[in-house]
Design a protein. Structure first.
Length: 265
């Protein structure tokens, strides 16, 4: 079964009129410049307040519209990525989009993503797909085929929430990925030598499969020092920037006059 992508604009007007994306920058550890941003689902209330994604995701699950919602999110992110990439200051900037195992396991996922990017004239090299909750993946071979198609188009693929919940280590051997995003549960709030050693081992595993490493949830200098010592490539978290709606921030969060990091471009 394939999704009617032409229906997405009308869906925005009705079912997902209050859906927005907030963006949290991902910074290179060495140069401290942003290399991209993760797109995070938000719900805009009539009073102007911004809420988390839970109610939107639950509604899509009840209605059986998970795939259509995912395509809509890709559409929003692609439009924003194209806008940012149009500024020479942000050439190579990657926008990360979360992808659930249910969506990844569909045989038409890769072709749908590429079609949406083509519709919005968005360069695939400005997109990163972040695979979430992979322990619930039922259709592994199909998902593997989707990942291969996407990477062939130069979209990067990340394994998200590494270290949280069920072990992700087996996926490093079986999935072709470009990035590992370490969950903050791996290093905690006040990491010490033990946590540095654990993160160092994750970095070693990532390097063995040719992937870079992002440490998520960095909220204090102690955490930053831990992951930097351990050899992590990129960091993301409140210490650098909270997630904000695109209209509320300039398309670059680094010091004025300095280009973003293009290490993963």
């Amino acid at each position: 079964m394939t999704s009617d992508l032409s229906a997405l604009p009308s869906m925005r007007e009705h079912q997902w009129a209050n859906v927005r994306l907030a963006y949290q920058p991902v910074h290179h550890v060495v140069c401290r410049q942003p290399a991209g941003a993760e797109a995070l689902l938000r719900r805009l209330e009539p009073d102007g307040s911004v809420l988390g994604p839970q109610s939107v995701l639950e509604q899509a699950d009840r209605d059986g519209t998970d795939f259509e919602l995912a395509c809509y999110i890709v559409s929003l992110a692609a439009q924003q990525a194209k806008t940012w990439a149009g500024d020479n200051w942000l050439t190579g900037y990657r926008v990360g989009i979360n992808v659930s195992p249910q969506v990844l396991g569909r045989a038409d996922f890769a072709t749908s993503v590429l079609h949406i990017l083509e519709q919005h004239e968005c360069d695939p090299r400005n997109i990163l797909l972040e695979l979430t909750e992979m322990q619930y993946l039922d259709h592994f071979q199909c998902a593997l085929d989707q990942i291969r198609q996407l990477r062939a188009a130069e979209i990067l693929v990340a394994l998200d929430d590494f270290g949280a919940g069920y072990s992700n280590i087996g996926l490093l051997r079986s999935l072709p990925i470009d990035m590992i995003k370490i969950d903050p549960v791996v290093f905690g709030d006040e990491p010490k030598a033990r946590e540095i050693s654990v993160v160092s081992h994750v970095v070693g595993m990532a390097q063995a499969v040719g992937a870079v490493v992002v440490a998520e949830g960095i909220e204090n200098e102690t955490q930053l020092a831990c992951v930097e010592t351990a050899g992590v490539d990129y960091v993301q978290g409140w210490l650098f920037s909270r997630a904000t709606l695109a209209g509320q921030v300039a398309p670059g969060w680094g010091p004025s006059g300095q280009a973003p990091c293009t290490c993963w471009a």
